[in-house]
Ligand binder design. Structure first.
Ligand code: GUN
Ligand code: FE
Length: 422
């Protein structure tokens, strides 16, 4: 049986050309979780459907967080005088070790999922910790919160502290396969994702085994790539036979058709070609890259070269789950990079920030991230009334104001694949 409804308001999304598109005072029809179209006048055949009337409110496709560490949410904002490798030792590893306790995990992942539910994010690809039971708890929490996306049980069998290192490569692989089998059919909207933490924390045997598991079960892969210069030097030292960091993942079958690599601050030309050939998604995490002084990813170049790019909060390298902040951070970082490069090249246009947070990252999840016929119906209604008023705004100004004023707290209604969360 067809289940449907109509949403009425001012729709704001982006086109494949990364341009903003307004359809004001329009009617979007959702049938069986998918958008049947956006119309100036509601066609006769759908007039019997229930209407959620948000006349005058702006309605965005849900925002997409391609890279976040759920167990790190509890210390978001701490430790930003460290750089990556020290920050991991001082904050991330000791905190993640606590998730061996499933009750601890349930409490903290519950808070993470509840906060995500209240905001503008509809799709998420999250790291859990190396604990399979905890990763399953996170999947359950996100599913129950109504979100969609993926979760990874993290793998780390070397160069990690005793409190957060798997007993052996064999145990790491066996736990991963057990976790996949225990979860892959339990959560309709949350998939398991193969998650080597990053190259330094995985032995070559583990990388190879994870590549084989991704292939065996047809699962996506997520990891970190080219985030920090000390990290890159470490990878070069560990894998002298590979000409680049990205090649290490590729060598072990870890750049499959569905793949997210976070950060990518320092991709060389060959790595960019490789990621493009493999269809890898870059999760651009500008907030984190500033907080722990990793650098500035040249995201306009990646876009212009045809790479798939979305945004990541990278909590707790990032201090907030709010993807409106990630959009603003992407713009600030790109403008500063343009200046640091002597005012040459181009900077990220405002419209491209919305593209990255919606359609750009949404493509990882399929037909997601815009109000297109046949695409999954993710939508968030944003209340503009609390911002300093400027009623004579043009559409272009209304968009820019939204970009700089909006936050998760302004979301008043939310749909994920056609299900209304609030
Ligand atoms: N590289 C390996 N692990 C991590 C992590 O937890 N956060 C970030 N930002 N980078 C990483
Ligand atoms: Fe990360």
């Amino acid at each position: 049986m067809m289940e449907g409804f109509v949403l009425h308001g001012d729709f704001l999304d982006t086109t494949a050309q990364r341009r903003v598109r307004w359809r004001k005072n329009a009617w979007a029809v959702c049938e069986d979780g998918r958008c049947a179209g956006v119309f100036d006048a509601l066609p006769e055949r759908w007039r019997g459907l229930p209407v959620h009337d948000c006349a005058g409110s702006v309605i965005l496709p849900g925002l997409t967080d391609l890279h976040v560490h759920a167990p790190q949410y509890e210390f978001a904002g701490l430790g930003f005088d460290h750089q990556l490798l020290d920050w991991l030792e001082a904050l991330a590893f000791p905190t993640e070790a606590r998730y061996a306790d499933a009750d601890y995990a349930r409490a903290h992942y519950g808070r993470f999922a509840a906060d995500l539910r209240q905001g503008a994010t509809t799709r998420v690809c999250a790291f859990a910790t190396l604990h399979g039971a905890g990763a399953a708890v996170l999947m359950e929490a996100l599913e129950q919160a109504g979100l969609a996306g993926g979760v990874g049980k993290v793998n780390m069998d070397r160069l990690s502290p005793d409190i957060l290192r798997e007993e052996s490569t064999a145990v790491s692989l066996a736990d991963t396969e057990a976790w996949i089998l225990a979860t892959r059919e339990n959560f309709p909207h949350i998939r398991p994702v193969i998650t080597p933490r990053f190259v330094p924390s995985c032995s070559p045997e583990l990388l190879a085994g994870l590549g084989a598991l991704a292939e065996k079960y047809g699962l996506p892969v997520q990891s970190h790539l080219d985030e920090n210069q000390d990290e890159i030097a470490l990878v070069a030292q560990l894998h002298p036979d590979c000409e680049s960091y990205a090649r290490v993942y590729d060598k072990y079958g870890l750049l499959p058709a569905e793949c997210i690599m976070a950060h990518c601050v320092y991709l060389d030309a060959a790595e960019r070609r490789l990621l493009r050939e493999r269809g890898v998604f870059v999760a651009h995490c500008p907030g984190s890259n500033a907080n722990i002084r990793s650098g500035i990813a040249p995201v306009t170049e990646y876009l212009d070269e045809g790479l798939s790019v979305g945004l990541g909060s990278d909590v707790a390298g990032g201090y907030t789950l709010d993807m409106f902040t990630a959009m603003r951070d992407a713009l600030s970082a790109s403008r500063l990079l343009w200046r640091l490069r002597g005012g040459t090249g181009r900077w990220l246009r405002s419209e491209e920030a919305l593209f990255l947070a919606t359609r750009g990252g949404g493509a990882f999840f399929g037909q997601v991230g815009a109000f297109e016929p046949g695409w999954e119906f993710d939508a968030v209604v944003v209340d503009e009334s609390r911002w300093p008023a400027r009623p004579q705004n043009t559409d272009a100004q209304r968009f820019e104001r939204l970009l700089y004023q909006a936050g998760d707290r302004d979301v008043t209604a939310k749909y994920v694949a056609g299900r209304r969360l609030f």
